[in-house]
Design a protein around this ligand. Structure first.
Ligand code: MLZ
Length: 275
């Protein structure tokens, strides 16, 4: 029988506490999502933040938008909150004397960009101003404390928001560690990152929350998802082909790649934020 995850039980069991709302650059009441699939807007190219591009909403999940840059492929989708500060109505860039740019990896010849832009915007459904929600204020300082619980985007599977713990705090950054998962998913981020949320945010937002993982793969867990119950966070009913009973799937080994590293490059520590 499927036992849904309960933060308050879990925090009792683990003698832990939630990071308070004041720590986060997030609205206490998650914003409404009035965007619709196929609406177009302006977004910064996540792979080249100097470029403002046209993006299309290709999915909605709670207050989040799955975006695809027009002229790009379907392998570089990214997610933004409806109250993100870096998404705008079409026309915003030009109004501020900017020029819309083709995305990195534009699938056509650069010379065809002006005509592509004309055609992609012709007859397009443009997201109206009213669906863009105001960006929440930034906390004055890093108020996080090691051990506090939170909900965090899994940057390797960015559709997922998962149970997490503050593993370390350094200056304006926190180390996000994912409960029940090996360290490969952990990351450092600024305390005002839009990828971290207070405990309870997903429930309030109507967004799925991934329960803690299974570091000990054989031990039984109340949080296992029985096979047959789809993971709502995944497209097409949640099957990834390599699915396990956790509603997730095994990590696919990366293809072999050749790294050419300069002798002068020391690489840097994965355990510390860039100074
Ligand atoms: N398919 C992946 C999902 C891992 C999600 C981890 N989130 C912290 C896997 O099973 O490895």
């Amino acid at each position: 029988i499927y036992q849904s995850f309960d933060w308050s039980d879990y925090m009792k069991e683990t003698s832990s506490v939630a990071a308070p709302q004041e720590c986060f650059k997030q609205a206490p009441t998650p914003p409404v999502n009035d965007f619709k699939v196929n609406m177009k807007l302006e977004a910064l190219d996540p792979r080249n933040l100097t470029s403002t591009c046209i993006a299309t909403v290709v999915g909605v999940l709670g207050p989040r938008l799955r975006l695809r840059l027009d002229g790009s492929d379907n392998k570089n989708d990214f997610w933004r909150l409806v109250d993100a500060g870096d998404i705008h109505t079409i026309g915003y860039c030009e109004k501020n004397d900017g020029m819309l740019q083709p995305p990195l990896g534009f699938r056509m010849n650069a010379s065809s960009w002006p005509m592509f832009l004309l055609k992609t915007l012709n007859g397009a459904e443009m997201a109206p101003t009213k669906v863009f929600q105001p960006e929440p204020p930034t906390p004055k300082s890093n108020l996080f404390v090691v051990g506090q619980k939170l909900e965090a985007v899994d940057k390797k599977n960015p559709q997922l928001i998962c149970c997490a713990t503050v593993g370390a705090v350094k200056n304006d950054q926190i180390h996000v560690t994912f409960d029940g998962w090996r360290g490969a998913f952990d990351y450092w981020c600024k305390y005002d990152s839009r990828d971290i949320f207070p405990v309870g945010w997903c429930a309030r937002a109507g967004h799925p929350l991934q329960p803690p993982g299974q570091k000990s793969a054989t031990a039984p867990s109340r949080f296992k998802r029985p096979s047959g119950i789809p993971n709502p966070a995944l497209p097409e009913g949640g099957s990834t082909g390599t699915g396990n009973t956790n509603g997730t799937s095994a990590v696919t080994p990366a293809a072999n790649i050749v790294l050419h590293i300069r002798g002068s490059c020391s690489g840097g520590s994965p355990e510390l934020p860039p100074s």
